[in-house]
Design a protein around this ligand. Structure first.
Ligand code: ADP
Ligand code: MG
Length: 680
């Protein structure tokens, strides 16, 4: 199988340079890649049903005789249309095709065919539009591939068919035989042939189970290896004396037990070990991660280190700068702010102070990784809201020091079982306790008819001096995000909210424009912020008390929780209003979870239970490789692979045994694709 990754696509018939470029857009560069490019779904032509029995609104296959064909006629836009009547012996159905002269020629002579499409039934008359057709012998179960502009699923299928023919008689299976036997998995040979060209639904099931297992196992083994190879001995700076208590006494509040634990875990990582700290601090919004970072910086500075803290936006950087300055400035600790919007002269001054070692703590945006930045003795690097930074940006900052300690802070609660896997190369501290006195954000699920009442409620809040967010509906395929936000804002004009000072925030705006809007909202100049989903994570506007979310059903629980985290940050009672007209029981159950709890970790657990792990991988935190089949799998697979990974690593921690060569190869393939560190 390995050798197929060396066969370029242009070796296949029907694929030239131009087409191979289209394939490259799908991440397919070799025959091997093609084999590993799995179908998105399947068309089952193997069990045709009667017209009258076809389930409405879902795809199905009908076997029928052509009764009457009307010749193609021209319609607007240069299109042609033709209709035919077909009969399955009991019922008639009208089938409509657009622009398919070729199909017309084929059907004109009558005969029996299979029609694959969606049946619509109006007033007892059956209709199908633009179905796929095939001769009556049928073609079994057919793969449907994810497409890109210019490549049809048919073309992909043809290429895959050729690639599968190139497979050697016996494929080397990366999964060791004892693992296959113990977990009841099919061979790779069976899996890659049947995932593309199954003979039955149970083939698909068997193949998928094996491929999902393999993918998750490879990911976990890879993360475990990263973790162990990352731990090379170096001469990092160390903490000799812990100054945490001194720092805690400066705080206007008592640290929570969780904060104390996280700080002491960091200090212990930085004390007397010959490799640097590499730790993730995970805490829900508002759990007090900044104080943890500040405490660790304090001890680091007292032990002679410079610290750098990188935030994803200027606003966040200034907020951190202000809160740290307030605590530490008069304690003889020099803090600087470095962002893109400083004047050139100011920047030069900060560069100088960093180089001379006058600055103890610098807080900034990615301006920190500019090549003009040099540190005298960078000992600790902190990134906030780390998922916003690519692995490369984090690495660039780390490279400014000699093996500095690394701390990353994330506000996305992830269930522990997954965190160990997703952040396998980091140690984990969890802030699972909120500072005392936090109010729950009152959360409500309403439907469209109640929207006007919700507007009136928001108006009351703004009249009382508060501010509100509205996350507007996600766009349909053809609308632009901007148009949807503008239309929404326009419709508000005739509601009680029409008189509010309003601004729009959307994804097409430049970073600077977004920051300006956020700054105006932050200062209270704007009362109502209408946003697509780009509301800056981590921004703190304590005066905002309502988060209204349209089309709530389209968001994952974790996303909803993040959005809700924008309110409830001040002393005023806050609210989250989710609007959804979904009738699905599953959706309503999911949304009700939000109403029941404010605990991000519980919500993440529920999300995992209800939607499987795919979403967590899907968000591509931490530059993780993209998984293809694992998204379809469930918790059971996850637990089984965790178990298998433990066994394999227990036997062979470096995966250096001969029987694990195939695993190692697949690990490198997965991680190289993600642009991550190479493992070989
Ligand atoms: P996040 O974890 O979301 O980054 P922050 O660090 O911004 O949270 O903290 C949120 C708010 O809680 C800040 O106003 C901070 O001063 C306050 N805070 C943090 N820790 C405590 C504590 N132990 N007791 C009371 N308030 C706290
Ligand atoms: Mg924060």
């Amino acid at each position: 199988m390995a050798s197929l990754y060396k066969i370029p696509l242009t070796n296949l018939s029907g694929i030239g340079d131009k087409k191979s470029e289209l394939f490259a857009r799908l991440g397919i560069n070799s025959a091997g890649d093609l084999i590993r490019f799995y179908p998105r779904s399947y068309e089952d032509w193997s069990k045709p049903c009667m017209i009258a029995d076809a389930p409405a609104g879902t795809l199905c296959c009908i076997r029928a005789f052509v009764e009457k064909v009307k010749p193609p006629a021209r319609i607007r836009g240069g299109m042609t249309i033709f209709k035919l009547t077909v009969c399955d012996g009991y019922d008639y159905m009208t089938v409509t095709f657009f622009n398919q002269k070729y199909t017309y020629d084929k059907l004109r002579n009558g005969g029996e065919f299979l029609f694959y499409g969606t049946i619509k039934c109006t007033d007892g008359r059956f209709e199908m539009t633009s179905p796929s057709i095939s001769s009556a012998e049928g073609k079994g179960i057919h793969p449907v591939y994810p497409q890109t502009a210019g490549l049809s699923t048919k073309q992909i299928e043809n290429a895959v068919r050729q690639a599968v023919k190139m497979l050697p008689e016996k494929i080397n299976d990366p999964l060791p035989e004892d693992i296959l036997a113990e977990y009841g998995l099919c061979s790779l040979d069976f899996a890659v042939r049947k995932i593309h060209f199954p003979d039955s639904a149970s083939d698909i099931e068997t193949a998928r189970e094996r491929l999902a297992f393999e993918e998750m196992l490879i990911l976990q083994l890879g993360m475990a290896l990263l973790k162990s190879t990352g731990r090379k001995e170096t001469s990092c700076m160390k903490i000799y004396k812990d100054h945490s208590e001194e720092f805690f006494s400066l705080l206007p509040f008592e640290p929570t037990n969780a904060q104390r634990r996280a700080v002491s875990e960091c200090i212990s990582d930085m004390t007397a070990k010959n490799y640097p700290m590499n730790r993730l601090i995970q805490g829900d919004v508002g759990s007090g991660k900044t104080a943890v970072a500040a405490a660790v910086c304090y001890s680091a500075v007292r032990n002679g280190m410079q610290c750098a803290m990188m935030a994803p936006t200027e606003i966040l950087a200034s907020q951190h700068f202000d809160s740290l300055s307030a605590l530490l400035a008069d304690k003889g600790i020099n803090i600087s702010l470095l962002t893109g919007s400083l004047t050139a002269a100011k920047k030069r001054e900060v560069y100088r102070q960093l180089g001379s070692g006058e600055t103890d703590i610098v807080i900034g945006t990615h301006a920190l990784i500019s090549e003009d930045v040099h540190f005298a003795s960078l000992g600790l690097v902190i990134t906030d809201e780390q998922h916003r930074f690519g692995v490369a940006q984090r690495a660039a900052l780390i490279a400014k020091g000699e093996s500095p300690h690394i701390m990353v802070m994330s506000a996305t609660p992830i269930p522990r079982t997954l965190a160990l896997m997703i952040f396998g190369d980091l140690d984990l501290s969890v802030l699972d306790e909120m500072p005392p006195g936090r109010q729950k954000v009152g959360t409500y699920l309403i439907d469209s008819p109640k929207r006007q009442r919700a507007y009136a409620f928001l108006k009351k809040q703004t009249d009382a001096g508060r501010q509100c967010y509205i996350v507007c509906p996600l766009v349909e395929q053809n609308d632009s995000e901007l148009q949807s936000a503008l239309e929404y804002a326009d419709n508000l004009k005739n509601t009680p909210l029409g008189s509010c000072r309003t601004a729009i925030l959307h994804g097409r705006m430049k970073a600077k424009e977004k920051e300006d809007v956020m700054a105006a909202f932050s200062s209270g100049e704007i009362q109502l912020l209408i946003s697509t989903t780009v509301i800056e994570v981590g921004v703190n506007v304590p005066n905002a008390t309502v988060m209204m979310i349209e089309n709530a059903e389209r968001f994952g629980l974790s996303q909803l929780h993040q959005l809700r985290g924008r309110v409830g940050r001040g002393s005023e009672k806050s609210y989250c209003i989710m609007v959804s007209d979904s009738q699905s029981a599953a959706t309503r159950e999911r949304l009700q979870v939000m109403c029941r709890t404010n605990d991000g970790f519980r919500i993440a657990d529920e999300d995992l239970r209800l939607r499987g792990p795919g979403d967590f991988f899907g968000s591509r935190q931490h530059g993780l490789p993209e998984l293809k089949v694992a998204g379809m799998s469930d918790m059971a697979v996850l637990e089984r692979t965790q178990d298998a990974a433990r066994k394999i690593l227990g036997q062979d921690p470096g995966l250096s045994l001969r029987c694990h060569r195939g695993l190692m190869f697949e690990i490198s393939r997965l991680f190289d694709k993600a642009g991550g560190e190479s493992l070989q």
